[in-house]
Design a protein around this ligand. Structure first.
Ligand SMILES: [Cu+2]
Length: 383
């Protein structure tokens, strides 16, 4: 009986072990200084990035209305967590909140899909009783869902009604970004086109430096590029995951971004479509036996989404929103990376209330949970 050969670099026997130690010592002698140099370079880069962010914040403050553009500079010390902050009437506010429309609207007819986006600063609610001074496309976070068909020409018109430069970066586009995604100055507009030649569900976001800050402040959305041969679905919903990093609770005055907290990736809230728990009080719906399709984008800016529907499996899972290749089948949880997407079908034969979450459960704790009510049953479900 033959044994498996030792893998390269691993020798058997004492002589071989001695040789391995020597090789390792030489390798470590090269590697350790290299790691130290890389580490130093990363530290310097991070410091420069922070300086750039502070300069950008300071610059925007000079050109902007300081009342609406105030942003705490990164101090290196994050504010305490404001997770779960809520006024006494939180449930009434949650019920009265108009949920972000998750249902996928039809794509426009014809060869050209016009997309008009107005950039503006808007005070929004991100959880019951929690206000945030957001930077937005179209006044909402996420920005409006865009639905086009594969092959359509997407004609984007961007108008900047805010007091600082912004831009838009479409992950669905294959286009010179230095031209199409360039800054639009306050008061200016621009138009560009791209052919939606790759199907999927893609993030779009402001790309103005530091993009991290612009995404964290709410400048993101989803575009569905639907292929010609997509299997039928009875219900289609778009979910965008996003994190919120607050410099204050947002209870008494609108909060703004805590850049240090964002750098540390310790969000106060994590949301489906911008508002904590909105599909618990306003569940998505389906009938028993229907195919329900979720088009999921993770806008980040930094955390992945581990998409999972409690009480069923993902019957079809187009991981990474790759709609060119066949889907995987019958999987429990699918990663949607920050800046990426995924398309997931479930088919639930019986009535019930099925939570959809990021199974990275800290995100559930911070607000990223919704409900799919199958068969219009009464009651609710926490998870
Ligand atoms: Cu921006």
């Amino acid at each position: 009986m033959s044994s498996y050969p030792a893998p390269a670099g691993y020798a058997s026997g004492n002589d071989g072990a001695g040789l391995f130690v020597k090789v390792f010592a030489v390798f470590a002698g090269i590697l350790i200084p290299f790691v130290m140099v890389v580490g130093l370079w990363l530290a310097i880069s991070a410091h420069q990035a922070r300086d750039d962010a502070q300069k950008a914040a300071a610059t925007s403050g000079q050109t902007a209305n300081p009342g609406t553009m105030a942003m705490p500079a990164a101090t290196g010390v994050a504010t305490p967590s404001f997770a779960g902050a809520a006024p006494a009437n939180a449930m009434a506010l949650a019920m009265a909140h108009a949920a972000y429309p998750a249902a996928l609207a039809p794509a426009p007819a014809g060869d050209v899909a016009p997309v008009d986006l107005t950039i503006e600063n808007t005070t929004i609610s991100i959880a019951p009783g929690i206000k945030y001074e957001a930077w937005t496309f179209g006044g909402t976070v996420p920005a409006p869902v865009i639905h086009v068909r594969e092959g359509q020409l997407v004609k984007v018109t961007l108008h900047n009604s805010s007091p600082m430069p912004h831009s838009v970066d479409f992950h669905a586009a294959q286009i010179a970004p230095n031209v199409a995604f360039a800054n639009v100055m306050p008061g200016d507009s621009k138009t560009f086109t791209f052919r939606a030649s790759v199907p999927g569900v893609f993030m779009y976001h402001c790309g103005t430096a530091p993009a991290f800050m612009h995404i964290a402040n709410g400048m993101y959305g989803a575009i569905v590029v639907e292929p010609k041969n997509m299997p039928h679905a009875d219900r289609q919903y778009v979910l965008v995951s996003g994190e919120w990093y607050l410099g204050s609770s947002g209870l008494h005055a609108p909060a703004s971004l805590d850049l240090t907290k964002a750098e540390q990736m310790t969000p106060d809230w994590v949301t489906w479509n911008g508002y904590a728990g909105q599909y618990q009080t306003h569940p998505l719906t389906a009938d028993p036996g229907q195919t329900v399709r979720f088009w999921v984008v993770d806008a980040g800016p930094s955390l992945n989404t581990e998409f999972h529907v409690v009480g069923t499996v993902l019957e079809r899972a187009w991981l990474n929103a790759d709609l060119v290749d066949p889907p995987q089948h019958d999987i429990q949880t699918a990663v949607v990376p920050a800046g990426g997407g995924g398309v997931f079908d479930v088919r639930i034969p019986e009535k019930g209330i099925f939570p959809f979450v990021s199974h990275s459960f800290a995100s559930v704790q911070l607000g990223e949970v919704g409900l799919l009510n199958v068969g219009n049953v009464p009651g609710t479900m926490s998870h």
